[in-house]
Design a protein around this ligand. Sequence first.
Ligand code: KG4
Ligand code: ZN
Length: 334
Amino acid sequence: MILGIETSCDETAAAVVAEGYKIRSNVVASQVEIHAPYGGVFPEIASREHVLKIVPVVKDALEQAGVTLRDLTAIAVTHGPGLAGALLVGVNTAKALAFANDLPFIGINHLEGHIYASWLEGTGSVLTDSAFPLIALLVSGGHSELVLMRDHGDYQRLGGTLDDAAGEAFDKVARLLGLGYPGGPAIQKAAEGGSANAFKLPRAWLRGTYDFSFSGLKTAVLHLVQSFEGKRLPVADIAASFQAAVADVLVEKTVRAAAELGAAQIVLAGGVSANTRLRKTMLARAEVPVVIPPVQLCMDNAAMIAAAAWRRIERGERSGWDLDVAPSLKLASR
Ligand code: KG4
Ligand code: ZN
């Protein structure tokens, strides 16, 4: 039974997970409304909110799971990547709890957590160990990477974004369209009433690589918006066309990687994998089984951190008191 703690961005989260996949509790205190007026996450405010929320959130997670700290096997905490001040709150809380209760603790990579959301119960078809090799499409606010996993804990980066992360592109285009923050859900909602074929937007294929680029698409949307100056902006059609362009490139690259590398499964991970268009397109075009966590588990949470920690703890891995926050922590070991 592992207590997971996550404070890398604007969610204060704690969860208790048994055997790496049974969710006993999963508490998330979102700060999204606090940051919305700034149009993005305000780092200093995020840290201070974590300081206010972390103890009540941990307490709730333990109570909802019906356990006490004495029932735990270990404590797992996100130590990167993310905002330094935000990460510090989680890491220090985990260290204090581990020290006071004589428990092992382990620092977990937030991106590894997103991938392990696919092993949590509630994910229709829970991944088994025969899922390897698998291709993970990791798309969040700060990251867009295509990763080959040959085994647990073994990550090879195949490619990634050359400019904006997919979530960042959603957030910036939402701003251009006058939609709120966070942009992903706002664009998805606006796109419901629009046509994905209304506007022909560019897709950066970057052939021969597994890399992505969204800056050209973003600029194309900017020019499109400018061309409507003084006229009514067709927000729904632009949102739908933009969303389709992002999904097309992400899916095409993932499906090709899966075929070329003989993957047994595809895993969708990160906040952007909550996107309905991306989920549907991936399910329609993939030639191997696709595992996509339910929307709640795609967003930042601590159950995924506990899930990622499970096999590491079983293997005897531990962090020491010298564990530091790592704001630019990478996922791939090679
Ligand atoms: O993984 P996440 O919750 O936080 C990070 O680790 O960055 O991802 C947040 C990102 C934001 O950019 C948000 O706009 C995007 O995920 N997002 C979406 C959707 N829901 C969240 N993007 C597209 N469609 C969605 N439905
Ligand atoms: Zn995330």
